[in-house]
Design a protein around this ligand. Structure first.
Ligand code: C2O
Ligand code: CU
Length: 439
C-alpha cells in the first residue's frame, strides 16, 4: 500500500467567531476556525503537524484515538507544554482508519470550552462507498447575554465541578442550529464527535432510522439499525444517514439523558436537515464492514480493578477520585500482555471513561456482553455500575493515562497515569512521580 507524508500547520490563537450571523464570540482555536480544520489522511500515512501557540498561555495538543507513540500523545506528562510564541512538531503515523479528533490537553476546562478542537479523519480504501461524508462536532457553550463566556460565582463554579460545564448555546461545527443540505435518494456517512465538556448527546433524527457503521476505533462488523444512540464526551459514532425523501425537513437532535446531576435532561435541537432534489445514489455498503476478532471471553480473569468515585473535599466540596486518590498513579502494564480491567463507578452520576493511546473491547457492560463488537477508547459508566474491558498494549512503551472525559471531573482528579513497559527494556520511569500539570 502506498503511503504518504502529509504536512499540516495548526496555529492556536484567540479570534472572533460567529456562531450565528449576529452572535459573535471570542473563541480560542486553531487556524481562526471553530472547530479547527478537518485533518484528513489515509490509513498508514505519516502526519507532520506543526503547532504554533499564539495564545497567551501554554497549550498541548492530544490526538484522541490515534495510536501514536507515547512521546506524541500531547499531554503534560510526555511533553513540555508549548509556551506562548513557541512551536512544536508532532509526527506520527495513523495506523487505523476511522473518526478521530484533536484537542487541547492543557487547561482544558477553559481551552476546550472555547473551541480548541478539530477532527482528524483517517480513510481506508476498504471504506464503504457513500454519496457524501460529513463530520459533525457536537459542543455547547455557556455564554452571557453579551456572548462572553460565563465565569460564574462561587456556587455555579461548585456546580460545574460537580456536573461538568454545560451551556445553552448548542453547536454543531461551531454554529448554532446550522442547516444541513442533503439530496433525496442519497446515503451519506455522518461522523459525530462529542467534543463538549460534559454534555451527553443522544443522537436522534426525529425518529428516522439510521445505520451505525463505526465507533471510536473505526468500522464495526456490520451496520446496526437504530433510531437513537448515546454519544458521551470523547466518543465518536459514524452512521449512514438516508436515503431521505425530497422536501423532508427534520432536526438533528439529542433526546433527554439523565446523567444524575443537577441539570435537567431536555430534548434539544442541534441542526436542521433539509432534503433537496433527488439524485441517484452511488453508495455501496457491504454486509460485512470489517472483521473484529474478540480479544477475550466475557468471563476472562480480571487483571486489574479500577474504581471511579467522588468524595468530600474540605477545599472544593467534592473531589473526583481514581482508586481513592486524585490524579492517581496506577501500576504499569507490559507490552503484549492481555489486560482485562474491571472499571467500577461507585458514584451516583455517569462518567465516560477514556483510555489514551489504545483501543479496548467491552466484554461486559451492566452484566451483559455488548450488542456488537467494536473498538472503543471511551465508554460510559452509569451510576453504581461496572464495565469489563479487554485490551493489549502494543509496542509503544511510555507514560499513558486514563481519565473521565467530563473535562471538569478530569481536572478535579478523576485520572490516573500508568506506564506501558517493554519487558526487554524495563521501566523507564520507575520511581518517578507523575503529577498532573495544572496552571
Ligand atoms: Cu480526549 Cu485525555 O482526552
Ligand atoms: Cu466524570
Amino acid at each position: 500500500m502506498q503511503t504518504n507524508t502529509l504536512y499540516y500547520k495548526l496555529t492556536a490563537s484567540e479570534f472572533e467567531w460567529a456562531i450565528t450571523e449576529e452572535k459573535k464570540i471570542r473563541a480560542w482555536g486553531f487556524n481562526n476556525q471553530l472547530p479547527g480544520p478537518v485533518l484528513t489522511a489515509k490509513k498508514g500515512d505519516t502526519l507532520i503537524i506543526k503547532v504554533k501557540n499564539d495564545l497567551a498561555e501554554p497549550t498541548v495538543v492530544h490526538w484522541h484515538g490515534i495510536r501514536v507513540p507515547a512521546s506524541m500523545d500531547g499531554t503534560g506528562e510526555v511533553q513540555r507544554p508549548i509556551q506562548p510564541g513557541e512551536e512544536f512538531e508532532y509526527r506520527f503515523a495513523v495506523p487505523d482508519s476511522g473518526t478521530f479528533w484533536y484537542h487541547s490537553h492543557q487547561n482544558e476546562t477553559v481551552q476546550m470550552e472555547r473551541g480548541m478542537y478539530g477532527a482528524l479523519i483517517v480513510e481506508d480504501d476498504a471504506d464503504p462507498v457513500v454519496d457524501a461524508d460529513k463530520v459533525f462536532m457536537i459542543d455547547d457553550m455557556k455564554l452571557n447575554r453579551d456572548n462572553s463566556f460565563k465565569e460564574g460565582n462561587f456556587f455555579s463554579r461548585w456546580a460545574e465541578r460537580h456536573d461538568g460545564r454545560q451551556g445553552d448555546t448548542l453547536l454543531i461545527n461551531g454554529k448554532e442550529n446550522p442547516v444541513i443540505n442533503v439530496q433525496a435518494g442519497q446515503t451519506e456517512r455522518w461522523r459525530f464527535i462529542n467534543s463538549s465538556s460534559a454534555r451527553y448527546f443522544v443522537l436522534h433524527l426525529d425518529g428516522r432510522s439510521f445505520r451505525i457503521i463505526g465507533t471510536d476505533g473505526g468500522l464495526v462488523e456490520k451496520p446496526v439499525t437504530a433510531t437513537e444512540v448515546l454519544i458521551t464526551p470523547g466518543e465518536r459514532v459514524d452512521i449512514l444517514a438516508g436515503p431521505f425523501a425530497e422536501g423532508e425537513t427534520f432536526p438533528i437532535e439529542s433526546l433527554p439523558y439523565n446523567r444524575s446531576t443537577f441539570l435537567k435532561a431536555k430534548r434539544e435541537q442541534f441542526a436542521t436537515v433539509k432534503v433537496g432534489k433527488f439524485k441517484p445514489s452511488v453508495a455501496l455498503i457491504p454486509d460485512i464492514l470489517k472483521k473484529i476478532e474478540p480479544l477475550a471471553p466475557k468471563d476472562a480473569d480480571v487483571t486489574r480493578k479500577i474504581t471511579l468515585a467522588v468524595g468530600p473535599s474540605l477545599k472544593h466540596g467534592i473531589d473526583f477520585l481514581v482508586n481513592g486518590t486524585m490524579h492517581a498513579n496506577d501500576k504499569p502494564v507490559y507490552v503484549g500482555e492481555l489486560q482485562v480491567w474491571e472499571v467500577f463507578n461507585t458514584s451516583l452520576m455517569d462518567h465516560p471513561f477514556h483510555l489514551h493511546g489504545y483501543f479496548f473491547q467491552v466484554l461486559e457492560d451492566k452484566g451483559k456482553a455488548p450488542d456488537y463488537l467494536a473498538w472503543k477508547d471511551t465508554i460510559n459508566l452509569k451510576p453504581r455500575s461496572k464495565v469489563k474491558i479487554a485490551w493489549v498494549p502494543d509496542n509503544r512503551p511510555g507514560m499513558w493515562m486514563y481519565h473521565c472525559h467530563i473535562i471538569e471531573h478530569h481536572e478535579a482528579g478523576m485520572m490516573a497515569n500508568f506506564e506501558v513497559i517493554d519487558p526487554n527494556k524495563g521501566a523507564q520511569f520507575e520511581g518517578q512521580h507523575h503529577h498532573h500539570c495544572k496552571n
